[in-house]
Ligand binder design. Structure first.
Ligand SMILES: *[C@@H]1O[C@H](CO)[C@@H](O)[C@H](O)[C@H]1NC(C)=O
Ligand SMILES: *[C@@H]1O[C@H](CO)[C@@H](O)[C@H](O)[C@H]1NC(C)=O
Ligand SMILES: *[C@@H]1O[C@H](CO)[C@@H](O)[C@H](O)[C@H]1NC(C)=O
Ligand SMILES: *[C@@H]1O[C@H](CO)[C@@H](O)[C@H](O)[C@H]1NC(C)=O
Ligand SMILES: *[C@@H]1O[C@H](CO)[C@@H](O)[C@H](O)[C@H]1NC(C)=O
Ligand SMILES: *[C@@H]1O[C@H](CO)[C@@H](O)[C@H](O)[C@H]1NC(C)=O
Length: 549
């Protein structure tokens, strides 16, 4: 077995070195061809500008009501009725099991908006453009496929177009930060009676007027001490949102160019681990656009994107960006945490910046990043797709372990012909190597969550039971909880992975029974629905939804 694997790897390297003309040094950049691509649907009808997996295993997809006709007609309208958003759907729900979409109905424009799941599993969606720019919408997932968008009566205090949102467990609400021309934040529900937002000078400081801001869609992460990490353009702070005070100002990320919209790099909080009692929080930021990219792109000159990633521990008192180089330049990519704890970098382009017609050279190859390897040995190039996923594309991890990839539309309307990059409505799955049936002897099967008696979930600081089967016995087993993100514009809002402590495991016959601890702190594991996965010998189970109350 070992011999066969070793020789296969060797062969892979030889083949790839030949294929890539020595562009990649064998042994340095590890290439995996075990990953597969699959087209699930040829037409979702609606561009996946925004996408999120709900706890009933469906996927909410939407774009903007102002894009004119989509490819999902709701009713017959006159040819020039294209301005009427009730003629065409601009949101669908994808049913993963049935591999089908159904239309949903948006009343106002959700263009470049934000969203967060609340602890009860409802999606709170905020902002947009035009009449939608101050709107708050709610989507409550349901099993009967009848649920739809609801517009709330209360509105945001200001217009929020290109803002970010994050769930706050202490308030059981969200914070919405920034937006075009908005250097402020606010809470939903409101923290006080004030009808004004809170000023955030950090957004003034990071604003680049000649580059459409370069600090839109700021990256937000909730640190385990309850403070908010905010990254915009090239700078970041730790923010005590309760007292409205900056707690720390971190060093500027090295290198030129921007990382936030429209430079559109991406960020991730690396998995939190019970082994250090969740005291180490590390942020990684990858890619972005070169300095001057926005202006150059307007003249049709697409500058090469940034190739660098930075990692910084935001807890403790030593803060330094440790820089690494990706196998290639890229921007407008999504960064997703896989159940293995590896980071997937997928979608986007190699040149230009975000915006209509502002990028070229699609990044067809996803990268896999293994955070715990030695620096210089962490990136793997995965099998390329043939489908460009440029501006307004997205990707999410599904409970079965696949990655759903959708969208892409660098045009102001739905355009299928005669442009360099037509509107992309094909829905794809990327199937990771860990799903290969050759690993089934390691894969935990029939993972069942056992709550304390009569409970519908488990509270912070309590334990729950877990039963599963593994063919070949336990091998470095771990249990991870994943908060599914709301993804849009290279931002995976609220994405979070927590490695849980297993207090005991007992093997009886074929079954393993484990007792798993939910972290004490709501700032480590905020209440909500998580995808729970058992990983054995590096091979993840299917995820089951666990609810932290
Ligand atoms: C390449 O990846 C394989 C499988 O993930 C791993 O076993 C091997 O050690 C890696 N090789 C290098 C040089 O990183
Ligand atoms: C998508 O279209 C291609 C080309 O027409 C066809 O071969 C393929 O079967 C279709 N796939 C699906 C999932 O409908
Ligand atoms: C969750 O809470 C929000 C805010 O209180 C409410 O609007 C929504 O209907 C709730 N959803 C569910 C599934 O109970
Ligand atoms: C871990 O952190 C929690 C607070 O989040 C604290 O109550 C607990 O005592 C810590 N445990 C250890 C072993 O340090
Ligand atoms: C385990 O799951 C499979 C498929 O999900 C099912 O067919 C089988 O009956 C289950 N086995 C047990 C012991 O529950
Ligand atoms: C065991 O699993 C953990 C978490 O998945 C991983 O970080 C670690 O490297 C693994 N250890 C070994 C020896 O494979």
């Amino acid at each position: 077995m070992g011999g066969i694997r070793a020789s296969c790897r060797w062969l892979e390297c030889v083949v790839l070195v030949i294929l890539l003309f020595g562009r990649v040094v064998c042994g340095k950049t590890n290439i995996s061809n075990q990953w597969k691509w699959n087209i699930l649907l040829n037409n979702t009808g609606v561009v996946a500008m925004h996408m999120a997996v709900t706890h009933d295993d469906n996927v909410v997809i939407f774009d903007q009501t102002s894009a004119g006709p989509s490819e999902y007609r709701l009713r017959n309208c006159k040819a020039h009725g294209s301005g009427d958003s009730s003629c065409y759907a601009h949101s669908v729900e994808y049913n993963v099991l049935k591999n089908k979409v159904r239309a949903m109905h948006l009343a106002t424009d959700t263009w470049c908006s934000s969203g967060s799941f609340l602890s009860n599993g409802s999606l709170l969606q905020t902002g947009g453009n035009g009449l939608g720019s101050r709107r708050i919408r709610s989507y409550r997932p349901c099993a009967n496929s009848r649920c739809d968008w609801m517009e709330l009566k209360r509105q945001l205090t200001v217009r929020r177009w290109y803002s970010s949102s994050l769930y706050l467990p202490r308030e059981n609400g969200v914070i919405v930060v920034g937006g075009k021309g908005e250097f402020s934040y606010e809470f939903v529900p409101k923290a006080s009676d004030s009808s004004k937002p809170y000023d955030l000078p950090f957004l003034h400081r990071t604003y680049e007027p000649n580059s459409k801001g370069n600090n839109l869609y700021p990256f937000l992460h909730l640190s385990t001490d309850g403070h908010l990490f905010i990254f915009a353009n090239r700078d970041s702070i730790l923010f005590d949102y309760k007292r409205h005070k900056v707690v720390k100002t971190f060093p500027t990320i090295p290198g030129h160019g921007g990382r936030s919209y429209p430079s559109s790099g991406s960020s991730v909080m690396l998995p939190l681990d019970h082994n250090n009692n969740f005291t180490k929080v590390e942020i990684m930021v990858c890619g972005g656009a070169a300095r001057g990219s926005y202006r150059a792109a307007r003249r049709g000159n697409y500058l090469p994107a940034l190739k660098s990633c930075g990692r910084m521990v935001i807890t403790g008192d030593q803060h330094r960006w440790r820089m690494e180089t990706m196998p290639g330049p890229r921007l407008m990519s999504d960064m997703l945490i896989l159940p293995t704890g590896d980071i997937l970098i997928i979608n986007g382009a190699k040149r230009g910046c975000a915006g209509w017609g502002s990028a070229s050279s699609p990044a067809f190859e996803p990268y896999l990043y293994k955070p715990n390897r030695k620096s210089g040995n962490r990136f793997q190039i995965l099998k390329p797709t043939k489908i460009a996923r440029l501006y307004h594309s997205s990707a999410v991890l599904l409970p079965d372990g696949r990655i759903l990839v959708a969208g892409g539309n660098p045009n102001s309307e739905y355009i299928t012909h005669g442009v360099a990059h037509p509107t992309e409505l094909r829905l794809q799955a990327l199937i990771p190597d860990y799903m290969n049936t050759g690993f089934d002897h390691l894969r935990p099967q029939n993972v069942t969550i056992v709550y304390p008696q009569d409970a519908t979930g488990v509270a912070n600081g309590n334990t729950f039971g877990l039963t599963f089967r593994v063919g070949s016995g336990l091998n470095n087993m771990s249990v991870v909880a994943y908060a599914p993100p709301f993804t849009t514009h290279s931002s995976s809002m609220n994405q979070r992975m927590v490695r849980l402590e297993c207090l005991s495991t007992e093997v009886s016959g074929e079954d393993t029974v484990a007792t798993v601890m939910v972290p004490h702190s709501i700032h480590v594991a905020p209440p909500g629905f998580y995808m729970l996965t058992v990983v054995n010998g590096g091979i993840p189970s299917r995820s089951s939804w666990v609810r932290i109350l």
